[in-house]
Ligand binder design. Structure first.
Ligand code: SAM
Ligand code: SF4
Length: 330
């Protein structure tokens, strides 16, 4: 089958799949306390998610990342992974998972057995009170247990930390040191204007250019050429020996080499994190003509892929897109 190439010549080789929009945390920058979730009957079934993954793998997608919401709260998630695993080795290079870690103690080994070798774990603070404030739930001990379990299971771990001016700015250097002392990469993320939340994001916005400048005043940092086809830029912190990433969608243009598209748990394909353009794949998936309608819909979607995102710092107050990151999966 033809590989997926967008109108700007970029090959689509990476698919992020949000398996649910639900979550067992309520991070202040991501959701409101009283989020309205998608009704369960609108969710794609596990079989449908499996068919969609297969359809993309057949078209040249080599990396699948499962996310959410919180992927570990989706019932049957491991069954899905154990099925998708069949593509590994031949057409698929890797299956990864992004999780908040709350249930990782239980899931670490089964994830490894399902073929996962790397997980991203989101941790925004190592201070229990701060963690509780940011995530609106007192779950730091569980997350840390989950990280230990993941390490024991043989999973490579990357920590994701959203940089928040009022809540964890002062703690970021400590978090980097902690991650590196444990042998984990860590990536700092700028808040993105996605979806309505309970507070004003402009209050919390912290420029990572500033954070990086500060860190460069006391650490030696060397730029690394590593690219993941996404927005992260990496440095080696010579003082700790570890890798540190910066995701700065608002201050850095990362679109020229973007290889990824995103699928929601209801079957919408988003072609860019910062654009509303999406194409429904659920209906063609449910049509009775095998995969022909589905593949045609995927082709039509990729033809609509925009050149770049549309985030602007002034728009933080009014979200660039109405949907939350928990719907498209970050
Ligand atoms: N629940 C899982 C987790 O937290 O890792 C997976 C889904 S979560 C939406 C994926 C990533 O997106 C997390 O690292 C989270 O911190 C980040 N995120 C969520 N909303 C964001 C926003 N508005 N701006 C920047 N990052 C965001
Ligand atoms: Fe849940 Fe992840 Fe959003 Fe936090 S960032 S509320 S853990 S989906």
């Amino acid at each position: 089958m033809n590989p997926l190439i967008d109108p700007f010549g970029r090959a689509i080789t990476y698919l992020r799949v949000s398996v649910t929009d639900r979550c067992d945390l309520r991070c202040i920058y991501c959701m409101s306390e009283r989020m309205r979730f998608v009704p369960r009957n609108e969710l794609l079934s596990l079989e449908e998610l499996d068919r969609l993954c297969a359809a993309f793998v057949a078209r040249g997608v080599r990396r699948l990342r499962f996310t959410g919401g919180e992927p570990l709260v989706r019932r049957g998630f491991l069954d899905l992974l154990n099925s998708v695993k069949r593509h590994l080795g031949a057409a698929l290079d890797e299956i990864t998972v992004t999780t908040n870690g709350v249930q990782l103690a239980e899931f670490a080994r089964p994830l490894f057995e399902a073929g996962v070798r790397r997980v991203n774990v989101s941790v925004d603070s190592l201070d229990r009170e701060t963690f509780k404030h940011i995530s609106r739930r007192d779950r730091l001990p569980q997350v840390l247990d989950g990280i230990d379990a993941a390490e024991r299971a043989g999973l490579k771990i990357k920590i994701n930390t959203v940089a928040l001016r009022h809540d964890n700015a002062h703690e970021l250097p400590e978090m980097v040191k902690w991650a590196h002392s444990r042998g984990f990469d860590i990536t700092l993320i700028e808040t993105m204007p996605l979806g309505e939340i309970d507070e004003d994001r402009t209050n919390q916005f912290l420029s990572l250019a500033r954070v990086r400048e500060d860190m460069a005043s006391y650490w030696r940092m060397t730029d690394l050429p590593d690219r993941t086809g996404g927005p992260a830029r990496y440095v080696r912190v010579e003082d700790t020996g570890g890798r540190l990433g910066f995701i700065t969608p608002l201050t850095h243009n990362f679109c020229e080499a973007c290889s990824r598209v995103r699928l929601t748990c209801t079957g919408k394909l988003y072609l860019c994190l910062g654009h509303e353009t999406s194409v429904d794949l659920r209906e063609p998936l449910r049509s009775n003509d095998g995969d022909a309608a589905l593949q045609a819909a995927i082709d039509a979607a990729i033809r609509l892929r925009p050149k770049g995102h549309d985030f602007q710092i002034e728009r933080l107050r009014a979200p660039a897109t109405a949907r939350h990151m928990s719907v498209t999966g970050g």
